[in-house]
Design a binder for this molecule. Structure first.
Ligand code: FAD
Length: 337
């Protein structure tokens, strides 16, 4: 029997590991990937964080600032997380994919492709990268061009000279538009008019806003960080968004007023959903109700990361720390000597 099984070895799982280590807990981290880094390992190479390194760090160890003085890249983040888990000697088993978590008398069974763990407590920290979300639009199956999601985007080169529609008014949509528009003819389509943060504010402001919301502050400055490529796109005049189309035709997209646009590619930057399939046997519903990070329907289960739903900014590097600390405190583990 293991006291705590953490599912997922991305930043949220590592932050939990740090506090579990400090509490001298008996725990393991099971991670489906063969190598460290969580979702950052799959991000497109030019992606940079929207906050400086010192505001993108897990507990205990600061992320080093990149040599070029800019914000860290996805590769810098993978290197940091790799170093982090070695430095704290976190007990990570990889690659181990958790297939199901089930109730069993006084504990939970964690069934994996490498055997079954018995756990007094399970912390699920599986992120969202494995559940890309694409909304349904009539006609999308008949589109003759290419459709891809943020998860499949690796850089602008394949789109050179093409007509590309980019869907989604958040950070990934704006950043992908910014670089694809340097080589392709782009159209940006968003559900609501996109809102850029003022140039002098970065991801720190989003974190502060998420925190202040806890105290009832309803200030709303915008959601897109004006990172340098996004500013450049704005200055080139390509950062203009059209309203959402209503259907997809074999040749492109069409709006309710009868207008249409031919295109070769649609890139869906439409976000993610929590990767929670392994929790289905617990029958907690599709939107698991939580008190802090603890599942109300199964108090031996905690959910870490995923989004504001499990704590303000809990799916960011800086925010992972606070929810992990509160979760481990709440487990009330008796310190081992
Ligand atoms: P992940 O990094 O996805 O890690 C989850 C781990 O769990 C993975 O290793 C996965 O393989 C494993 N796993 C999943 N299912 C199972 C299973 N069944 N069994 C075992 N293991 C499993 N945040 C910032 O702080 N700053 C930014 O600038 C920033 N930019 C972002 C840009 C983009 C495009 C995106 C998508 C996100 C960005 N974020 C940013 C948000 C956030 O930091 C990431 O989403 C982060 O990767 C979430 O970490 P996580 O540990 O919750 O999940």
């Amino acid at each position: 029997m293991t006291d705590v099984v953490v599912i997922g070895g991305g930043q949220a799982g590592l932050a939990a590991g740090y506090y579990l280590r400090r509490a001298k807990a008996d725990f393991v981290i099971l991670d489906a990937q063969a190598e460290p880094g969580g979702a950052w390992r799959h991000a497109w190479p030019s992606l940079r964080l929207f906050s400086p390194a010192q505001y993108s760090s897990l507990p205990g160890r600061m992320m080093p600032a990149p040599a070029d003085g800019g914000y860290p890249t996805a590769a810098d983040t993978v290197a940091y997380l790799t170093d982090y888990e070695h430095r704290y000697d976190l007990p990570i088993h990889r690659p181990v994919t958790v297939q199901a978590v089930r109730r069993s008398d006084d504990h939970l069974l964690v069934e994996t492709d490498r055997g079954t763990w018995q756990a007094r407590t399970v912390i699920s920290a599986t992120g969202t990268w494995q559940s890309p979300y694409v909304p349904h639009y009539p006609g999308m199956r008949d589109f003759q061009g290419e459709q891809l999601h943020t998860v499949n985007y690796q850089g602008p080169e394949p789109f050179a000279g093409k007509r590309v529609v980019i869907v989604g008014g958040a950070n990934s949509g704006a950043q992908i538009l910014a670089e694809v528009s340097t080589v392709a003819d782009t159209t940006w389509v968003t559900l609501r008019p996109p809102r850029l943060l003022p140039d002098d504010l970065d991801g720190r402001a989003l974190f502060a806003l998420a925190t202040n919301r806890l105290q009832g502050d309803t200030a709303d400055l915008g959601d897109i960080v004006a990172v340098p490529p996004v500013r450049d796109a704005r200055d080139r005049g390509v950062l203009k968004a059209e309203p959402m189309f209503s259907r997809i035709t074999p040749e492109g997209v069409a709006w309710p007023d009868g207008s249409s646009l031919a295109c070769d590619t649609i890139i869906w930057c439409t976000g993610f959903r929590p990767a929670l399939r392994h929790l289905a046997p617990l029958k907690l519903g599709s939107n698991i109700a939580v008190d802090g990070t603890r599942a109300i329907g199964e108090p031996r289960l905690h959910l870490l990361g995923y989004g504001d739903w499990t704590g303000p900014a809990s799916a960011t590097l800086i925010g992972a720390s606070r929810t992990a600390r509160e979760t481990v405190l709440r487990l009330g583990l008796a310190p081992r000597t």
